[in-house]
Design a protein around this ligand. Structure first.
Ligand SMILES: NC(=O)c1ccc[n+]([C@@H]2O[C@H](COP(=O)([O-])OP(=O)(O)OC[C@H]3O[C@@H](n4cnc5c(N)ncnc54)[C@H](OP(=O)(O)O)[C@@H]3O)[C@@H](O)[C@H]2O)c1
Length: 306
């Protein structure tokens, strides 16, 4: 049914906030944005606390709200945190997804799960949906296991939306700064930054990701979709584009290797995603990186460079 009843988990997070904003704009949709801590996003359907690790609470929520679709944005997305506490990472990124899938199956809801290009080993990106996953770290392994848990579940109506390097968090409260917000903060303060020159991504504006996920819902598609920007560039390349777009001192940006920056957990180097399936089947049209940075500037209320 469209407009649907939409339940969002992890609504305070970077992805969850974008999904909540986009879902709340759908005319006639009933949206319930849930989060672990106090919600920062207001929606027509309201907000509620939901700990996705609490199976009873998940069951009650799905039964009572009776969503047509659950957008499951709760998760542990910090690579180092996953490495440091693999049990907590697995509980949230894998077990809680399996619990949610079972509840969705029992109550006739669909489930869309954000996933990542970190399911790949970074030897041949950007990757298509058909490429063979081979994660390098605990985070990537947990996300691949979550995808596999969905495939193995009795729920038939599920979709995985893999994305990468999401940015665009609005001014205000966010649990953690995205790369672009972090770069703006550091460079504006005149602090030098070291960023990976050897890590390729296809950066994703958060509103575009949310639009792609809602297209999956609207067109009732299932399976794996890649949703990201179209441009493949290094983190160093992103930093230079941010400096240019926000008139900041690019001289503060120094290249480094991923291994030097993140000795605790390897990352896929040649990562990023190919979005042909989403373009052709969903009409997904992400904006260019420059347009996305313009949108970030508007959101943050900053002036354009002279
Ligand atoms: N950000 C990216 O670049 C990126 C790229 C690829 C894939 N993804 C995927 O997108 C999803 C969301 O990532 P994100 O970047 O939005 O992460 P995030 O900003 O860290 O947000 C994750 C949210 O999960 C919530 N959460 C944690 N434990 C919970 C629990 N027990 N019950 C309910 N909610 C809980 C937190 O809620 P509270 O704030 O309320 O405590 C937090 O807001 C993850 O699955 C990640 O793998 C993200």
């Amino acid at each position: 049914m469209f407009p649907p009843r939409i339940l969002i988990t992890g609504a305070n997070g970077l992805v969850g906030q974008a999904l909540t904003r986009a879902a709340a704009r759908l005319p006639g949709a009933d949206v319930l944005a849930t989060s672990l801590s106090t919600a920062v996003v207001r929606t027509r359907g309201g907000t509620a606390r939901l700990d996705v690790l609490d199976g009873d609470a998940v069951e009650r929520m799905i039964q009572d709200f009776a969503p047509d679709v659950v957008l499951h944005a709760a998760g542990l997305a910090q690579v180092e945190a996953c490495e440091a506490d693999r049990e907590a990472c697995w509980a949230l990124n894998v077990d809680a997804v399996a619990t949610m899938a079972a509840a969705c199956q029992r109550h006739g809801a669909r489930l869309v799960l954000p996933s990542t290009d970190f399911v790949f080993d970074g030897t041949a990106g950007p990757y298509a949906e058909t490429a063979r996953p081979a994660p390098l770290n605990a985070y990537g392994r947990s996300k691949l296991a979550a995808e596999n848990a969905l495939k193995a579940s009795r729920l038939t109506d599920w979709a995985v939306a893999r994305t990468t390097l999401v940015f665009g968090a609005p001014a205000g409260v966010v649990p953690r700064l995205d790369l672009v917000r972090w770069l703006i903060r550091e460079l504006r303060a005149g602090r030098p930054v070291r960023v990976a020159a050897d890590q390729l991504r296809t950066p994703t504006y958060d509103d575009d990701l949310a639009d792609g996920i809602l297209r999956i819902v609207r067109f009732r598609r299932s399976g794996v979709f890649h949703l990201s920007g179209r441009e493949s560039l290094s983190i160093l390349g992103v930093a230079h584009r941010v400096a240019e777009a926000f008139d900041l001192d690019a001289g503060l940006i120094a290249p480094a290797t991923t291994a030097a920056l993140h000795p605790g957990a390897p990352r896929p180097l040649q990562g990023g995603l190919l979005i042909l399936r989403a373009e052709s089947e969903l009409g997904f049209r992400p904006r260019s990186l420059d347009a996305a940075l313009d949108a970030v500037r508007d959101r943050l209320g900053l002036d354009a460079p002279a």
